[in-house]
Design a protein around this ligand. Structure first.
Ligand code: BES
Ligand code: ZN
Ligand code: ZN
Length: 497
């Protein structure tokens, strides 16, 4: 999709007309250049009360002599914030049919620059489909959607750069979705690493380093190795660095990248196992966020680590009962090979300390228990620092991606460190509080500043996206499949939070 800003009154293609509830006629300020017959038609519809302008509703007018239009509901004017504008923009694309054509012109009566920007953002985010694996029918092929936003001269100067940023961030969200939707026969650890390597070439301020299987074994990454060794497609770690030469500390993002989670020897039941291709959603969030930052020209330092592995049962897979030694030196009693995300993250989190980051945030489709707790409506959010947790929660609210505070209690830490034979265990004592015990386990691998023995732990947050990365039917920014959640949250946190 191309979105441009154009002062003036030219209507190119289908007119997109966002309206508040209770609108009885086309607002006078929007009449310029509007064909009388189309105006009459719209006014009749509104006067008869046939379009109520409820948020996210649309009505199309096609076939009249005055051109095509789509009316878009913004809901009640008093409640209409940027989130409503974003949703209304997304609804336009969700309801657009071939007959509307690919040229659209949106025109607002009272919207601010931020509100018009949010409307464009919603259109950009929703303009996504994953059809690389379908043979295209020539007749169905369409050109890219070309959107113009009519505004006045003063607004143009503010709106144009804002839309550029939204387009860059949306490209990060779309990259995350592409990675998450990719079938697991094509998305395996090395394929992800290769894609990151190729991607980095377009930026001279981005470095990608790949720690391959042999190097991971040599370095002592026992968590990553144990999870990935049962697969023909061996595990690896991918390190992203943006503006690495900048002085001072920067954020560090860590992602769980299980390209397929069968459960390993603790095999999962068959139903819906195909969905476990999205168990690399955390790594996709990280890669997508780096794309959002790099493509919008962010000039600060940001680093990221993704822990890539395929969790397979085989004769060289790890077993329940194994004790493994992680990069941190701590040992883990593996009681269930399906609790593998925490094993690969143990090495990713510890490795993060080498970068002396300002803070660490990990993203992981970590537990079914988190989906039980929060459904598809909110990400679980844990942190060793209350203020930091609040900042992330607020960054999520600012972009309408809910991350809900969850407790990191000493009792959960105790539960995960009382193995009879190792420093930690990868399974709680029972199944209760499974998302919390997983978070408490991860905390054991968050390094202290400069790895000092009695130092303070680096501020860290854990985001369990098992429910929000996939299957979120109420997320109106996406049709189906991978959502690309939290690229926008973290972009906001890093650039404005
Ligand atoms: N990848 C799963 C978690 C998951 C479940 C993500 C459903 C998305 C949807 C994870 O590796 C896993 O299997 N976790 C186990 C942990 C248990 C064995 C302690 C779970 O949640 O059942
Ligand atoms: Zn698992
Ligand atoms: Zn998993």
């Amino acid at each position: 999709m191309k979105v441009s800003v154009s002062p003036g009154h030219n209507i190119n293609g289908t007119l997109i007309l966002p309206l508040f509830e209770g609108s009885e006629a086309v607002p006078e300020s929007l009449e310029a250049g509007l064909h009388n017959s189309l105006k009459g038609q719209i006014n009749r519809i509104l006067d008869d009360g046939d379009f109520k302008a409820k948020l996210k509703s649309t009505m199309s007018i096609i076939g009249g002599e005055g051109g095509k239009a789509m009316l878009v509901g913004l809901g009640k004017e008093a409640d209409c914030d940027i989130h409503a504008y974003r949703k209304a923009g997304a609804a336009v694309i969700a309801n657009r049919k071939k007959a509307h054509g690919t040229e659209l012109t949106a025109r607002f009566s009272t919207a601010s620059i931020e509100e018009m920007g949010a409307f464009a953002e919603g259109m950009l985010l929703r303009d996504y489909s994953y059809d690389h694996y379908k043979q295209q029918d020539k007749d169905d092929e369409e050109a890219d959607i070309d959107v113009r936003i009519n505004c006045n001269d003063e607004q143009e100067a503010g709106l144009s750069p804002l839309i550029k940023i939204h387009a860059g961030v949306a490209s990060g969200v779309h990259l995350s979705r592409d990675l998450g939707n990719c079938p697991p026969n094509d998305m395996y650890p090395e394929a992800f690493a290769d894609q990151a390597w190729e991607w980095a070439k377009q930026f001279d301020n981005v470095e990608v380093t790949i720690i391959n299987y042999a190097q991971a074994v040599k370095a002592g990454m026992g968590g990553l190795v144990a999870v990935g060794m049962g697969s023909e497609r061996k595990p690896c770690m991918v390190i992203f660095e943006l503006n690495r030469d900048k002085k001072g500390r920067g954020p560090m993002l860590v992602g769980k990248g299980i390209t397929f989670d069968t459960g390993g020897i603790s095999l999962k039941p068959g139903a819906n196992m195909d969905e476990m291709k999205y168990d690399m959603g955390g790594s996709a969030t990280v890669f997508g966020t780096m794309q959002a930052l790099a493509s919008t020209g962010y000039s600060g330092k940001v680093s990221a680590i993704t822990c890539m592995a395929e969790n397979m049962p085989s004769s060289n897979a790890q077993r329940p009962g194994d004790v493994i030694k992680t990069l941190s030196g701590k040992t883990i009693e593996v009681l269930n090979t399906d609790a593998e995300g925490r094993l690969v993250l143990s090495d990713g989190l510890w490795k993060a300390g080498e970068f002396d980051p300002e803070y660490i945030i990990d993203f992981a489709t970590l537990t079914g228990a988190c989906v039980v707790a929060l459904g598809h409506e909110a990400t679980g959010l844990w942190s060793n620092d209350d203020d930091f947790r609040t900042r992330i929660h607020e960054a999520g609210n600012a972009v309408d991606e809910l991350a809900w505070p969850m407790p990191l209690l000493p009792a959960f830490e105790k539960e995960m460190t009382d193995s009879k034979i190792a420093d930690t265990r990868n399974l709680g004592a029972g199944r209760w509080g499974g998302a919390n015990t997983a978070a408490a386990f991860l905390k054991q691998f968050v390094p202290n500043r400069n790895y000092e023995k009695d130092g303070e732990q680096i501020p860290w947050a854990h985001m369990d996206i098992a429910g929000t990365y996939w299957g979120a039917k109420t997320n109106s920014m996406v049709g189906h499949g991978a959502t690309g959640i939290h690229v926008r949250t973290i972009y906001h946190l890093i650039t404005q939070g």
